[in-house]
Ligand binder design. Sequence first.
Ligand SMILES: [Zn+2]
Length: 204
Amino acid sequence: MNTVQCPSCGSIDVTASQEPGSLPMSYGPDATFVEVNHTCNSCGLCADFTGENDAVVKAAIEKSEAAAAESILRWFSENGVPAVHFERVLRLPMRTTQRWKSGEVSAAALALLRLTRTYPWLLDVADSNYDEHVAIGALIEAAGHAFRAGLCAQFKGGSIAVTQTATQVNINAELYRHEPVGPPVFTGTDRGQVYIQPLAPSFG
Ligand SMILES: [Zn+2]
């Protein structure tokens, strides 16, 4: 049964084929859908004759966005931020997140979710009523975590100790290599900075 008509020549000798597609979705499953392509066997025109693909893709994106919202909120919940806390610090009406999870998630709401998921410390800043000192402190702490995570990728562990007196600040960092290296690596210091020289060439 095929009653689709070619919009160009009017022929109903039309073949329909299905083509799966997907769009990536940040923090959520890909939006997956099946588009229909029509080919007129009389004039060769190939297109979406019935114009249904736009709605199919839109529905898939909306479904994926709701799943992304649900996924982000679940991540917060698993990391000590239940929905009620999320709503309170962001001054959202109660059960707002419930509506988002059920599919009523606007573009602005999804942007808020993605931003807070990417930078969770934004919630601490909001909780302080956007206090400038809290904002700066949270940013520096987050930078410290990112720095440490970067170090951990290169070293199997370590510690950084900071002590200070009235006249000086001492920073002692120990970083443990994954594998021992050959000869000692020379280090040096300069006023206000410390540098580690690259691995010395092998002495053969
Ligand atoms: Zn045609």
